[in-house]
Design a binder for this molecule. Structure first.
Ligand code: ACO
Length: 431
């Protein structure tokens, strides 16, 4: 925490309270209200944390008005074009781009942690075949704390590092196994000769009966999807991981909590919801009907894949994802896919509609990622698990940063109580 650069004065009932302010390296100044309750006896009120910074962080910065996303200072479009997922993982975890030697060691470490404990296979088999893979992932990742006891002591730095590596390495294996189980196919073991993204595609699509060769263009597109979703500062699932961790919970439990939060359609579940919406629209002539529904205050329907809490401009990840979608669809020869036609025309219609322009609602990353994943052959139910695989490094990096922060406290928001004041219990015969 830096020293206060200036202060703000808050006046309540004629009493003035001086509140320190801090200037970040980028972004708006923050007013420090930590002592406000002790000094003035009032709470602040901010449902949804729209104006509240919950922590100091040096990992990711978003300028929502400019449509800018930086990881450790590096713009996401440069990382997507020039780097690859495991290098971005290193950057997020350790703060700097790795040397060639450091990267080699890191990639080798992650590659050699990809298998899961053999007994965990039985755990998968306990789920119903029609379980949503996110349900399976919440359960299996939470269960990792029952299998990897030697990396649950958060006070031991080496154990924290091993847990980080295990989670980044095993998450694709777990997601692929959840998928294989749901389609009734045998689990495919990880292969150390393939890179992170190619290995994931192989574990999802190979079968023992024949050889499966991963197309390098698809592996590159998969890697880009992982890279673009790697971290996104204090979003709902990351804040969930931090809140769970603030009580001292073990890393596997914290990441399972993050996966549970990510599942919701307002967050990571939006990619599945978006593709389902595009299929429901079906043909371009029905777009005006759905745009009208999205604008109707009495209809809860929202255009999935549009809007963002922080971006009030184009989501920079969406721009890269759109290019990737074009490449993948061309490779697979599905440029004339009807879903893609609907997506393109919906995007144009919404961007030209004053409702969306006035509210600064632009397509977000999920608008395009689902189209790529569908073209690759993933069912919609796998879209959010793939997001969870990608985001694991972000969750872990934020968790690691939080545990090293001397200011860390248990997260415990206050409330604006609107319930009954004290009243006496009434015996049942008198109610
Ligand atoms: N379709 C139609 N109207 C919308 C949409 C949308 N997708 N998104 C926001 N609005 C409207 C709201 O109705 C609201 O209108 P009002 O001011 O007249 O009441 C206004 O825009 C602001 O919306 P809020 O819900 O207050 O904005 P918030 O920042 O809380 O929500 C969110 C952001 C949840 C992402 C929202 O835009 C949404 O639900 N989008 C669809 C789901 C989605 O795509 N989620 C993915 C997010 S990105 C990610 O997690 C990777």
């Amino acid at each position: 925490m830096t020293d206060a650069t200036k202060s703000a004065t808050l006046t309540i009932d004629g009493n003035a309270y001086e509140l320190p302010m801090y200037s970040p390296t980028s972004g708006p100044d923050v007013v420090d209200i930590r002592k406000l309750y002790a000094q003035a006896g009032v709470f602040t009120y901010d449902p949804g944390f729209t104006s509240t910074a919950s922590c100091d962080s040096t990992i990711t910065f978003i300028d929502g008005d400019k449509g800018e996303l930086l990881h450790r200072g590096y713009p996401i479009d440069q990382l997507a074009a020039k780097s690859h997922y495991l290098e971005v993982c290193y950057l997020l975890l350790y703060g700097e781009l790795p040397s060639a030697k450091d990267l080699e060691v890191f990639e080798s470490t992650i590659t050699r942690h990809t298998m899961i404990h053999e007994q965990m296979h039985n755990f998968f088999r306990g789920f119903r075949r029609d379980a949503h893979p996110m349900a399976t992932m919440v359960g299996v990742v939470g269960a990792m704390s029952a299998f990897y006891h030697d990396s649950t002591d958060i006070s031991d730095e080496r154990q924290r590092e091993i847990a980080s590596h295990r989670l980044i390495a095993k998450m694709p294996t777990i997601a692929a196994m959840a998928y294989k189980y749901s389609v009734g196919q045998p689990f495919v073991y990880p292969r150390n000769d393939l890179d992170y993204a190619a290995n994931f595609l192989h574990m999802c699509f190979a079968v023992p009966a024949e050889e499966y060769v991963v197309d390098p263009i698809l592996a590159r597109a998969m890697d880009r999807i992982f890279t673009l979703h790697a971290d996104h500062e204090q979003n709902a699932s990351t804040s969930t991981v931090r809140l769970a961790s603030s009580s001292g919970a073990n890393p596997f439990a914290c990441i399972a909590a993050g996966i549970a939060c990510l599942w919701g359609p307002a967050h990571g579940g939006a990619n599945q919801a978006c593709l389902e919406m595009l299929k429901e629209i079906g043909t371009p002539d029905r777009i005006p009907e759905f745009i009208a529904r999205a604008k109707d205050k009495n209809d809860p329907f929202r255009l999935m894949g549009f809007g963002h809490r922080v971006y009030k401009n184009f989501d920079p990840r969406a721009t890269v994802m759109k290019q990737s979608a074009d490449e993948v669809l061309e490779l697979l020869g599905v440029e004339n896919n009807p879903i893609l036609q609907v997506a393109k025309e919906l995007e144009t219609a919404a961007l030209n509609d004053p409702y969306f322009a006035d509210k600064k609602l632009f397509p977000n990353v999920d608008f395009y990622s689902g189209i790529i994943l569908e073209a690759m052959g993933f069912p919609t139910s796998m879209f959010t698990p793939i997001f969870a695989v990608s985001r694991t490094v972000g969750w872990i990096s934020q968790w690691k940063e939080q545990l090293a922060d001397p200011q860390m406290k248990i997260g415990r928001p206050r409330q604006l109580y609107q319930g009954s004041v004290t009243r006496d219990y009434i015996d049942i015969e008198n109610r």
